[in-house]
Structures are given as structure tokens and as C-alpha cells.
Design a protein. Structure first.
Length: 1076
């Protein structure tokens, strides 16, 4: 998620000669409801960020009551002046008072009990008191380490869940002397459930319109008060236990029981003690667990920061036991915590009220009693304070020296002034200790390398669905830390590895590491294919993402790297590996033995095979030993799997034999043996299987964008799942289902009943689920690619099962025929053509690749409705070559999406756009866009976002769109929208009609129209316009050619010079999104 403060509105300025009061902008609301519908209850911070994008750094909303939201440092610094403003207990905080009344966090300014409690408790949170809690903090941290060690390196850790256990147990033990023992129970402590109910309920109650009768909320009101009762019961039990068993421990609870106010001599009444116990139990763990969760997300998303933090721990602490004095010697980790709270303030805002009439920024009038909310995620991202890279995680900016030079009030995660968080020293010591301990003990990696940050909001924020994996750096360290658990740790290792190994091998099998980098699933499927053949060659293969080895490659295990390039950049799950490789020194790579198989698209010539080539050459240059020569496979000829099989048989396995000796069966045998999965068929069971790493979206609307008879292009709107946010330029990946007719064809051909289930033997070399009974229909429908062209090896497998010798030889001969391969005939097509082939369901599943996701550009702006995203796509439905009369080829995903209806559910995941492929930060920067067909999708989002900003009163830069399509009466998608945007001056659209060029100045293709209108394009380019391209590879080639042609004409340079100029523009002012 990105929360970005909009560029300064150049229409707003401070005039030193005279003060001009400006009205505070406010979105249009509804009668009675006001702006309640402008805020998404699940993503309130994202809603505020979007509103700020439209209306600027200050705006007003009526959400139950009227509130003013401040989102820039320039305006907020006045807000933080305690002489002018004081804490406002309003909104959700006011609702929390039902549970804790005048506790430290929720007391109204001037409340007597707050003053007494504050004076009594300040010494209890002093340096000596916090330092005395170190050993108990370390005790709880060791329980977390022990849990992660026992679960092993392949267990996906629920990060926020375990950090919640850690911080809750720490505050309970350190502050109140009680052990909640959260790590010894599967379920969270009842206090946590009740706390979440209180926080969530408070937010919901604060949004209720004032006119709504309470009877509408009787059920939720009852639950709210039940949660409060539970919190009070827990606190009362702790208090009673302490009174029954007094202690001389100098902790928070004893300070409240025995302490006297230095000013009045009063003690705290029991009910006030209970209120503040609840306050500390909530505030003392909820925000710190969020901080730790966000920190590990940022470290694992930024390999340089992760390496630097780990190095600091190694250099300062090494393998010795962590002591209190060592924590003060970790400046980089300290900076990481500060930077995490800058980007992700876990208490993302607080309210202040004006003591008298005030003026913010010299131009916005605030009346006495007005409630203003400081929107910290935006204030902390203010580019005027933190620079143009304010969105980036950059701990260096938070080291002591630069941190000390920040403007006052530019970093406020702990609140403001006298009402700032009293427990900050406790949280900081706990966080430093936890991070140092974990980095000393484990290597970490993302459980899902494609994970993008999702936010879960109550009164605080935390990452949602964030999981990582932890591998012990040194098993002996665990014994030093917690004592005597080495055996358990090792057992956990063995158990987890066995669960995730891709092939059963004999005890003497040699290990092989198969790494892949893939956005679309092709390279992952190739990796699984290699793991299948590994067992036959005497190797036990482990398949993993490249990023899983982002901190180093093993020297005792040969590695195969299978990767693609995306616009010359690494795949999403290979970027950290590539960053590490670039910086690795020779010592880290000498002794590593490897092979590289590259996948790419030749239509995008300038970046074709860039990442495979760089990985291969860098490894070799830095001392690693190349086993087999790098192979470059081109996806445009449709035979990647065949080429991969050929590379294995002719290059890779012979190279492995030369290096390590012959370990398994011959290459000849591996070519002929069928990769049959051992399955058990069960005709009774009907279980369903949920997919991992995807979320469920609901279809909101779907419609056809083209006229009947024209090639179909469609639009779909999806209600996004909770926590999923996006920005313009991003993608949604869709996990489709095969057409039901193709599933029926397989079931008929293999003579399987509709209610059959199967169970794949555990340890089989497959990405399909093993060891569990699954309906055959589910597997065929959604887990494998039925339309994938058959590889030559699969054809040979089928030929061997045909009993008639003539037919068998005929098919075997056809396998090598070039025209046969170009027809993209599937395994299913062949089985239907050769009905006597005795091909089992196990062989079939071994011959087809797993289902892969398809990636689509989002064609909407989140500023319109952040919980909705739209996709725009072409439906692939064409006569199938070489498959018989009347047979059609249907694109799996495009037809799946077409079949969806409102209310249907679809599995999706969010993919962030490549750096640069998004609107400029400055709304006034001009942009040039070029596309053909459904390449229009991201540009609809671009223009829609700028139109929304213009409608909100902001000035936007010129936008020129070159759009290629067939004809005026077919495929001119979203014409009414673009006509309205053109009329409003948001965009200038120049079309090129392939079949009606007389209507587009003679231009048939988009590059032709650019050439025709090159003077306009040149003029915008002179104004520092950015150029964006979206379309198929042939469109990208055409655009690059016309850019060279314009450059040659305008500057009189050679073709080579023009090509170099185009190449240099990429990643600076020219961004392309090219699809197959």
C-alpha cells in the first residue's frame, strides 16, 4: 500500500503582504449521512489518503460529527502547538471511554484522575525501571524463538499473530507480574479477542449517523459491552491476585496500588487502577506488535536494509548473549524502527481541538472547539521534509545525526506533548531486543514472495495476511539462548523438509537445488518439471524461489536457476536475489556450481533474456562454476517446455554426470519413461481444496464493450477483499478455471465418473496437493492447464501407450514435425485423436503443467472507489488450427472471466506495477500514452484519476493518448467516458483505425498516428512529458521504431544514435508494459 502526500497545489500559496483565508475543501456528502460513505470502514486510512489526493493537505469530512483532517507537515506543525491545541477525546477514542473512562489514554484534558495517575506512573516508566524489565522481556522473547525454531524453516509464520503473543505476554509479565503464556496455547488469550472487539466496535460506533436509533444496533451494542466486561474481568483478576500475593517488585501494577501523588498525596482508587491496567494491556502491546510486524515486512522487502541490519547484529553482538548495554550499540536497527514508524505509524492519527480560534498555515481558519485529526501516514510522507523518496524505506535517513536535523513535529508516532505515549521507553527497549534476538538467531524470507502489503485497521494498523519463514542460522545458538532444545529444533527441521521436498529419493540421493523466478508461473512449472526428472537421475530436488536464497547460495549443492525478465527487470520473486548477487563478493560465490535456463520474449529485443544473462555472467565472473551453458528459450514460438526437455537431456544432465558422475538412469530412459503420478482413486469422497496465496473477490458488474459480431472485449468490476489496496498502474492476477466442456472431455476420454476423487502419493514430484483425496473434477477444472500445447516428450509418452504399432509410430514421428508443434495441439486433443491410447489419469496429470495465474492491468483508479477494481480484456475465441472442423481454441482465463456474473467469486492477488509505470507524483506533469486494443486499460485508470483530481479543484497536466483499434464502430472502448474527459480538457485522444484509416488521418496503427502527430508529441516532450506504452510486443517494437524515426528527423542523428537515445529513456521518462 502507498500513502502519498500529493504534490503541493500551486494554486494555494501564502501571501506575506496580506492574509487571505481559504475555505477548507470538503467532498460533497449526502443528506443526514454526510461523508460517511466516503470512508471505507475496512480501509479508513486508504480512504483518507485518496481524499487527500483529490482535495489537498487539508479537508473537512462529516462522519457522525464534523472533523478537519490535516495531512502535511506545514499545516500540522501549528496543530501540534500545545498553547493553541489540546488533545480531543473524540470519535473512536470517545467510544473507548465506555470501557476505560478516565484512563491515561482516554481522559479528557484536565481530568483529575489523569493528573494523579500521570504523576504516579511517570517514575515507573523512567529509565531505571524500564532497564529492570530487560530480563523478563528476554524471557518472553526466548519463548518466541523456541516456537519458531521448533516449527522449522518451511513453516509459514503468522507474523502479526506471534508478535501479538510476544508483546501481550511482555507487558503482562513486566508491568503486572503475570504470565499469560500465549505461546503455549493455540488460541489467543481471551483478552485479545475482547480488545479487538472493543477497538473495532469503537470505530463502528463513531461512524454511526446521529439520527439512527440505538435499537438498530442492539446486537452490536451488547457485544461491545460484553467485550468491555471481559477486559475488566481480566484486569480485576490480575489486581486481586496481586493483592492476595503482595510483591515488592517495582512494576507498574505496584506503582498504581501503592503509589501516592507527589502533589496531592492521593492514591488511585481501585476502579481507576483497573481502567489503567486495561489501558496498558492494550496500548502496551497492540502498537508494538504492529511495529515489529511492519518492520519485518520492510526488511524482507528491502534486501539492502535487511543485510545491513543483520550485519550490525553480527558485528556488535555476534554469538554472545544479548545484554542491555549492547542494545544501545545498534544505531542502524534503531533507525529501522524509526523509519518503520514513519511509514507505518501504528496509531495512524490523533485528534486535537482548538483552544481558541486559530489559523493553520496562515490561510485556514479553525474555530474554537473544532476537532482536527493529524493524518500521520501522510504527514510522515511529506516530500518537503523527507524528499522525493519519501515513500521508500530508507533507514539511513533516521540515523541519529539526520534524525536530529529533521524539522520539529515531522515524526509523531507516539503522539504529542504531555499526552504523548507514556510507555515509549518500554516499547522501544522491547522492540530493539526482539529484533536483535531474531536477526541473531534466524534467516528470514517471505513465505509468499509475491505478497504485497495489506493493512488491517482497528484503532491501530497492522499488516494483514503477512507470513514469513525463519531458518536457524546456527542450531547451536538456540541451545545457548534457551537451553536444551537442539533436538526439538532438528526434529522440526527434518519434519518440515520432508513435507516440502518435491520428490521421494533413496537415502543416497544427492541434493539438487532448483530455483525459479516467475511472475506468471511458467518458470515455476519448468522447475517442477526438472524436479520430476531429478529423481530418475539419482537426485533429490528442492524447488524454491530465487528470493529464498537472497542471502547466499550453498556451495555443497548444485543449483539450477530458471528465470525470466520483465522489461529487463527481475521477476517479483527474484529481485532480492539479484540485488544480493550484484553486491556479493568473490568469496561468497567461489565453490558455487550452477546452471541457468532463461525464458524471454524475442519481440522485446532490447531486454530479451537480460536477467538470465546477467545472473549467469555475474555468477561466473565472481568465481562460481558453470555446469551447463545458459539456454535462452523464446516464449513466442510456443515450445518452451519442449526446449526445456531438450536442454535437460542434451546439456544439463550430461553436464551433471561429468561433474558428479552418473547417479541414476540413462538419458535415453528418462526420455522414454512416462512421468506417471501414483494416485489412488476414491469414488466416494467429495472434498474441496482452497488455494494458497490468493484472495477472493466478488464480481460487482460485467459488460461487453464491443458491438455484436466484433472481436469481444469486456469489462469487469470486482469488489476487493478486505485489506487489498492498489494504485494506478498496478495489476490483478487471476487464477482461472478451465472451460467445463474441456473438463468433460477429459472425464469422458479417461472414463472417470463425475464423483471420482483421487489422492496423489505423498512425495510425488508435483505442485499439486499430495496425500489428500481431491475430487477429480476440482483438479481438472482449476489445478492444471488442459489447453497447454503438448510437449514432444508428452507426445512420445502417449505414443508408447498405443497398442497398434502403426498408430504408435505415426504419432511418434509427428512429435518432431514442426507444423504439428505450431498447431498447439494439447495432450487432450491427442488422446481424443488416438482413442486406443492406454493413458491413465496419473500419466495425464504428469503430462500437463499446473494452472498458472494470468495478470491484467487494473483499468480503474482507487480514488473513485478504493474497494473496487476493474479489468479490461480481450476474449480469445478463434478456430483451432489442426484440430478438426468446427473446433475452437478458447483462452482459458479470458473465457473464464467472461463467464462470471455479478455475485460470483473469483480468486485474485494484487501485483504492484513496475517502478515508474504510474502517474507522476506531480499532478501537473504532462504525460503521453500509447496503446492498442486492451492496452488501453491502465490509461483509462490514469485519465480517470486525473479527471477526479481536476473535478476536486486541482490543476492537472496535459495528457495525450495515442490509441490503436480496428474501426470506429468496433472496439472503441469507453468512448463516452473519454469524450467527456476530452471535453473537460483532461486528455487529448488521437486514434488510429486499422480498417478505417481514412478516419484517422491515414494512420492504420498507433505508431503511424504518433508519426503523423509528432509535432504535438515533440512539444509535450520538450515540456518534460513522460511516455507510457501498454500493448503486445509488436506494439512495443512499433513505438520504439517511430521514436527512433522522430529522433533521427528532429536531430539529424544516425539510427544507432537514435536507438541509444530510446534505450536511455527507458526507466527515466519512458515506461512500457508489454504483454504476450
Amino acid at each position: 500500500m502507498r500513502w502519498r502526500l500529493p504534490a503541493v497545489d500551486k494554486n494555494h500559496h501564502i501571501c506575506s503582504a496580506m492574509t487571505i483565508m481559504e475555505p477548507i475543501p470538503q467532498p460533497a456528502g449526502l443528506p443526514f449521512l454526510g461523508n460517511v460513505l466516503s470512508i471505507d470502514a475496512e480501509h479508513p486510512q486508504e480512504s483518507l489518503a485518496n481524499i487527500s489526493q483529490l482535495y489537498g493537505p487539508i479537508f473537512k469530512l462529516k462522519i457522525g460529527a464534523e472533523r478537519i483532517f490535516v495531512a502535511s507537515h506545514e499545516l500540522a506543525k501549528d496543530l501540534f502547538d500545545e498553547k493553541k491545541f489540546e488533545k480531543a477525546v473524540a470519535g473512536p477514542l470517545k467510544e473507548i471511554r465506555h470501557g476505560v473512562k478516565d484512563g491515561l489514554f482516554t481522559a479528557q484534558p484536565g481530568e483529575h484522575n489523569w493528573e494523579i495517575a500521570h504523576r504516579i506512573l511517570m517514575p515507573a516508566f523512567g529509565p531505571l525501571s524500564i532497564e529492570s524489565m530487560f530480563n523478563e522481556m528476554a524471557d518472553v522473547a526466548s519463548q518466541l524463538v523456541l516456537k519458531w525454531a521448533r516449527f522449522g524453516p518451511d513453516s509459514a509464520i503468522d507474523v502479526t499473530d506471534d508478535f501479538t503473543r510476544l508483546t501481550l505476554d511482555s507487558i503482562a509479565l513486566c508491568a503486572m507480574g503475570d504470565r499469560f503464556n500465549s505461546f503455549y496455547h493455540d488460541d489467543m488469550h481471551p483478552f485479545v479477542k475482547a480488545m479487538l472487539g472493543l477497538l473495532t466496535g469503537a470505530g463502528a460506533r463513531a461512524r454511526r449517523p446521529g439520527f439512527a436509533p440505538e435499537m438498530l444496533y442492539s446486537k452490536s451494542n451488547q457485544q461491545f459491552h460484553d467485550d468491555i466486561d471481559e477486559l475488566q474481568i481480566v484486569a480485576k483478576q490480575l489486581l486481586d491476585e496481586r493483592r492476595k500475593h503482595p510483591s515488592d517488585k517495582k512494576d507498574i501494577l505496584n506503582a498504581m496500588i501503592n503509589g501516592r501523588d507527589s502533589k496531592t498525596g492521593e492514591q488511585l482508587p481501585e476502579e481507576v487502577i483497573i481502567r489503567n491496567m486495561i489501558t496498558f494491556l492494550i496500548a502496551g502491546h497492540e502498537t508494538t506488535s504492529g511495529l515489529l510486524s511492519f518492520l519485518f515486512y520492510e526488511l524482507l522487502s528491502n534486501s539492502e536494509a535487511y543485510s545491513a541490519a543483520k550485519k550490525e547484529v553480527d558485528d556488535i553482538i555476534g554469538k554472545q548473549k544479548i545484554t542491555l548495554d549492547l542494545l544501545s550499540k545498534l544505531p542502524y536497527i534503531n533507525a529501522c524502527l524509526r523509519e518503520t514508524l514513519r511509514l507505518h505509524p501504528t496509531a495512524p492519527g490523533f485528534a486535537l481541538t482548538a483552544k481558541e480560534d486559530q489559523v493553520l498555515g496562515g490561510r485556514y481558519k479553525i474555530k474554537k472547539g473544532d476537532v482536527c485529526v493529524a493524518v500521520l501516514p501522510l504527514i510522515h510522507r511529506d516530500a518537503t521534509v523527507y524528499g522525493e523518496d519519501a515513500e521508500a524505506f530508507k533507514p539511513e535517513r533516521m540515523l541519529d545525526e539526520p534524525f536530529g536535523k529533521l524539522p520539529p513535529h515531522s515524526w509523531k508516532p507516539f503522539g504529542n506533548g504531555m499526552r504523548a505515549c507514556i510507555g515509549r521507553p518500554f516499547a522501544w527497549q522491547e522492540a530493539l531486543l526482539c529484533v536483535a534476538t531474531l536477526l541473531q538467531t534466524f534467516r528470514f524470507r517471505l513465505a509468499d514472495p509475491s505478497y504485497t502489503l495489506q493493512i488491517k485497521t482497528t484503532l491501530t494498523i497492522k499488516p494483514d495476511n503477512f507470513r514469513m519463514k525463519a531458518e536457524l542460522r546456527d542450531p547451536d545458538m538456540i541451545e545457548k539462548l534457551v537451553g536444551g532444545i537442539g533436538a526439538s529444533s532438528n526434529a522440526g527441521h527434518k519434519k518440515q523438509h520432508k513435507q516440502h521436498d518435491t520428490a521421494e529419493a533413496d537415502p543416497n540421493a544427492a541434493p539438487l537445488l532448483v530455483l525459479y523466478g516467475s511472475n506468471t508461473g511458467t518458470c515455476e512449472a519448468l522447475a517442477q518439471s526438472l524436479s520430476s526428472s531429478a529423481a530418475r537421475h539419482g537426485y533429490k530436488a528442492k524447488v524454491a524461489t530465487m528470493d529464498s536464497l537472497a542471502s547466499g547460495m550453498p556451495k555443497d549443492i548444485p543449483a539450477v536457476i530458471i528465470t525470466a525478465s520483465y522489461e529487463g527487470q527481475p521477476p517479483d520473486n527474484a529481485s532480492h536475489f539479484c540485488n544480493w548477487l550484484e553486491k556479493a563478493d568473490r568469496k561468497e560465490l567461489e565453490g558455487v556450481r550452477y546452471s541457468v535456463f532463461g525464458v524471454g520474449n524475442k519481440e522485446w529485443a532490447s531486454t530479451y533474456q537480460r536477467i538470465p544473462a546477467v545472473v549467469d555472467s555475474t555468477l561466473a565472473e565472481k568465481g562460481a562454476e558453470r555446469l551447463a551453458d545458459r539456454f535462452a528459450a523464446d516464449v513466442t514460438d510456443g515450445s518452451v517446455f519442449d526446449k526445456f526437455d531438450k536442454w535437460q537431456d542434451e546439456q544439463f544432465w550430461p553436464a551433471m554426470s561429468r561433474a558428479f558422475g552418473e547417479k541414476g538412469s540413462s538419458v535415453e530412459q528418462s526420455q522414454s519413461d512416462a512421468s506417471e503420478l501414483k494416485v489412488e482413486i476414491d469414488l466416494q469422497s467429495r472434498s474441496n481444496l482452497l488455494r494458497q496465496n490468493m484472495q477472493v473477490a466478488e464480481v460487482r458488474d460485467t459488460r461487453l464493450l464491443t458491438k455484436p459480431g466484433a472481436p469481444r472485449k469486456r469489462h469487469i468490476a470486482l469488489n476487493l477483499p478486505t485489506g487489498l489496496t492498489y494504485k494506478t498502474g498496478d495489476y490483478l492476477a487471476v487464477l482461472p478455471h478451465n472451460p467445463i466442456e474441456n473438463v468433460r472431455r477429459v472425464m469422458r476420454r479417461l472414463r472417470l465418473p463425475w464423483d471420482a476423487t483421487l489422492k496423489i502419493e505423498e512425495g510425488s514430484a508435483t505442485s499439486l496437493p499430495t496425500g489428500i483425496a481431491i475430487p477429480v473434477y476440482d483438479i481438472l477444472s482449476g489445478m492444471v492447464e488442459l489447453a497447454q500445447p503438448a510437449t514432444s516428450r508428452a507426445v512420445q509418452m502417449i505414443a508408447k501407450t498405443i497398442p497398434e504399432e502403426a498408430a504408435s509410430k505415426e504419432l511418434a514421428n509427428r512429435a518432431g514435425d514442426e507444423s504439428f508443434q505450431k498447431n498447439n495441439i494439447s495432450v487432450l486433443d491427442i488422446l481424443e485423436e488416438y482413442p486406443t491410447a492406454e493413458f491413465s489419469i496419473g500419466q495425464f496429470l504428469g503430462a500437463v503443467p499446473p494452472m498458472r495465474v494470468r495478470q491484467y492491468s487494473i483499468s480503474s483508479s482507487p480514488l473513485e472507489k478504493e474497494i473496487v477494481a476493474t479489468l479490461t480484456w480481450s476474449v480469445i475465441d478463434a478456430p483451432a488450427q489442426g484440430r478438426g472442423e468446427g473446433r475452437h481454441f478458447e483462452g482459458v482465463s479470458s473465457n473464464f472471466l467472461e463467464r462470471l456474473l455479478p455475485g460470483d467469486r473469483v480468486q485474485i492477488s494484487h501485483r504492484a506495477s513496475r517502478t515508474g509505470f504510474g502517474l507522476p507524483k506531480d499532478d501537473e506533469s504532462p504525460i503521453i500514452m500509447a496503446c492498442a486494443g486492451t492496452g488501453l486499460a491502465p490509461f483509462r485508470a490514469f485519465v480517470a484519476e486525473r479527471a477526479l483530481k481536476q473535478a476536486a479543484g486541482k490543476k492537472v497536466g496535459a495528457a495525450l493518448l495515442f490509441y490503436g483499434l480496428n474501426a470506429p464502430d468496433e472496439g472503441d472502448m469507453y468512448r463516452e467516458e473519454f469524450d467527456a474527459w476530452e471535453k473537460a480538457g483532461v486528455v487529448d485522444v488521437r486514434r488510429a483505425f486499422t480498417h478505417a484509416s481514412e478516419n484517422s488521418c491515414g494512420a492504420r496503427f498507433v505508431q503511424d498516428r504518433i508519426w503523423h502527430d509528432r509535432k504535438d508529441a515533440i512539444e509535450m516532450f520538450k515540456q518534460n512529458a513522460s511516455l507510457y506504452l501498454c500493448g503486445a510486443g509488436v506494439v512495443g517494437i512499433g513505438i520504439a521504431e517511430v521514436m527512433k524515426k522522430i529522433r533521427m528527423e528532429y536531430h539529424g542523428c544516425s539510427e544507432e544514435e537514435a536507438a541509444e537515445w530510446v534505450s536511455k529513456l527507458k526507466g527515466e521518462r519512458y515506461w512500457a508494459d508489454v504483454f504476450a
